[in-house]
Design a protein around this ligand. Sequence first.
Ligand code: NDP
Length: 507
Amino acid sequence: MNEIADPRIWVTPDKPQEFKLLIDGALESGSSGEWIERSSPAHRAAVSRYPRAGEADAERAVAAAKRAFDDGAWPRLAGAERARILLRVADLIREHRRELALIEALEGGKPVSSVEGEIDVSIDLWEYAASLARHCYGDTYDSLGDKTMGLVLRQPIGVVAMITPWNFPLLILSQKLPFALAVGCTAVIKPSELTSGTALRLGELLLEAGLPGGVANILAGSGSSLGSLLCKHPDVAMVSFTGSTAVGKTISHYAADTLKRLSLELGGKAAQIVFEDADLDAAADKVAFGILHNAGQCCVSGTRLLVQRSIAERFSKTVADLMKSVPFGDPLDPRVKVGPVISRQQYDTITSYIEAGKQEGATLVLGGAANEERNGVAGYFVEPTVFADVAPSMRIAQEEIFGPVLSVIPFDTIADAIRIANGTIYGLATGVWTSNVDTAFQCAREIRSGTVEINTYIAGAAELPLVGHRQSGVGHEKGRFAVEEFTELKTVQFQFGPLKDRWVPRS
Ligand code: NDP
């Protein structure tokens, strides 16, 4: 039997799983005495408990990371040594793949049909980052004149605070942590309060892999208290944040006082552009996937379908039919591909956007309903939804909804498509479907988003950077450029042999 199809593994637990914080190399319950309890958004069963880190815990974690950076072995190890530990972590994640996948399925309401694949992507990121540990280098100048030489060193920036969202907990942390560790940084991590389980469990695996104490510290707590403390802390050199554009802006203010480096991976309003000459069957499938994967709760969710007017009606109907037939319901059922959304708050946000779409005059052609129960499973279920006749200026075409709601916008020419695609405050990802190479290149060049995918969508690779243009972010993650993200340059200039010139005139 295919293991993933074995229903006995994918069940809610009798009692919530308890996790520990990782501070200075020790697993502990923190000092606050308080616990955060997480209920599954699909079954409303209590599935996880995390100790809530207090201010004193955060201070100890930052101090440990600072000590590990200033005086510890980690930044001074050979890249090859660091790589070996990162590879051990990758092996341990692989060994615990099923367990980690179950934690994410329960805490996030993620379909078990996709969750193991996300763990695999995380493993790949750790393995790729390990290769970069041996390729972190600067530059040399032997062209500066006689007996002069310049070295440009590339050095780890220091303690990095990492703050992550709930939608891809281990995967997004794996876009940050192994890359920062690879170049010799140390870290204090705060995952989302809703889905902290895999980050905390990773803490145990880091210790098992031999990561020295203090190099990575993992805390649980809210953004407004713990997160803000880390972003303001004078001993934190950099904040690497993934989350909403609104919180990203707040964090920029926090970080301004101490001029920290910021890496902000923020929201999006991705378009998928479908030209009449495209492979329409493939395009329709990926449009459905692009909006329904993780119930539309991806930063790169293809929430706007820009479709050439000549095929708009036929193509939108094909997409709506596919979306209607996608198995939707209990995420622990291996056949299901679309589960509930993460929380009551998110459910309310999405339903309010569905109302806004109706009020603004868009035509609802699929879904639109939301229910707190589906086939006997209690949860926050929002039906796959499609609006047609959407004007680019409508709120549903401008604002990030973060749910399974697709807005169809017809266009006439390439120039129209590019203008509409670029016509939001965001610039994260765009899909382009065409068989015309000229169209493909023009779109790739002129679309103002950090990623443009041609005839595919949400493919990605560890080698390829994730970049947010405009209000989708600052900086980049993954790829070899991640080395730049977590390092800073230092100029060292040598004069060898006796110095000939004297500044002060001598008699
Ligand atoms: P939020 O911005 O609400 O939260 C993200 C993280 O920030 C959480 O850990 C949260 O803590 C923390 N946080 C909240 N307020 C503060 C604060 N004042 N100071 C410091 N930290 C704070 O985002 P969501 O978790 O709701 O995630 C969804 C968003 O993330 C979407 O906008 C999505 O587009 C974006 N995203 C972007 C990606 C990218 O690569 N560009 C990838 C994935 C998601 P807590 O919630 O525990 O209180």
